[in-house]
Design a binder for this molecule. Structure first.
Ligand SMILES: [Zn+2]
Length: 224
């Protein structure tokens, strides 16, 4: 009798686990679909002819990563509460795709990426901006999402703090896609406003740098 009872309890536990798994799958399926939709849109719009695949990971960590061998992009569940729209979701995905493009360059590049992580993080942020613009997303989404999660260990690096990283992205947009800074939908976004508030000295330096460059160019054009 005891054995039968034990078997019954075991079966009950097992069935509950199965049910819980199904429910989780139900809840996660829309994120998996959204992730693939945005991921493949970015790949196609940018004519990335390397295979990269996308997986939503049921993990509470605030993280995203790409596996160097299989080129599988993982977006963690813990990131979801921080994402407010497609631009921000696309920004995280585009950053991982940018790493994926580097990883496809072969072993030597993979070693370089390990040796100089900050350089390649910066490069991935810049490539992500290009990928986003080419696929119709607002690249300011990258600044906004990183501004929200820059305190997370997976995104903050001891040598490159959030402020420096965000200023680097801002400078790249300023240089290459200035229209997004002039006519942007994000001026009323509280997280973008917070970035503007916390990056005043860095943005002033960037403006000064490019204004000086422009002056030099104007001087060159002037007759001697
Ligand atoms: Zn990265």
């Amino acid at each position: 009798m005891k054995k039968i009872l034990l078997l019954f309890i075991t079966m009950l536990m097992f069935s509950q686990f199965c049910l819980a798994d199904e429910l989780r799958l139900d809840k996660d399926a829309p994120y998996q679909k959204k992730l693939m939709e945005i991921g493949f849109r970015i790949l196609n719009a940018n004519r990335v002819d390397k295979r990269i695949t996308f997986y939503y990971k049921n993990d509470q960590d605030v993280n995203a990563k790409i596996l160097s061998r299989s080129k599988k992009v993982y977006i963690y569940k813990g990131l979801i509460p921080f994402i407010d729209n497609d631009d921000e979701f696309a920004a995280i995905i585009a950053h991982e795709i940018a790493h994926g493009i580097e990883l496809h360059e072969g072993l030597a590049r993979r070693i370089a990426m390990k040796l100089r992580p900050i350089k390649y993080e910066q490069k991935a942020d810049q490539t992500a901006v290009d990928l986003l613009v080419n696929s119709g997303y607002n690249p300011l989404g990258l600044i906004i999402i990183l501004n929200k999660i820059s305190g997370e260990p997976c995104f903050a690096s001891s040598r490159s703090n959030g402020t420096k990283r965000l200023a680097n992205i801002y400078e790249y947009i300023y240089k290459k896609y200035p229209a997004y800074l002039v006519y942007n939908d994000y001026k009323k976004n509280i997280y973008y406003q917070n970035f503007l508030l916390t990056s005043k000295p860095e943005r002033a330096k960037i403006r000064q740098k490019y204004q000086q460059n422009k002056l030099l160019q104007v001087n060159k054009k002037e007759p001697k």
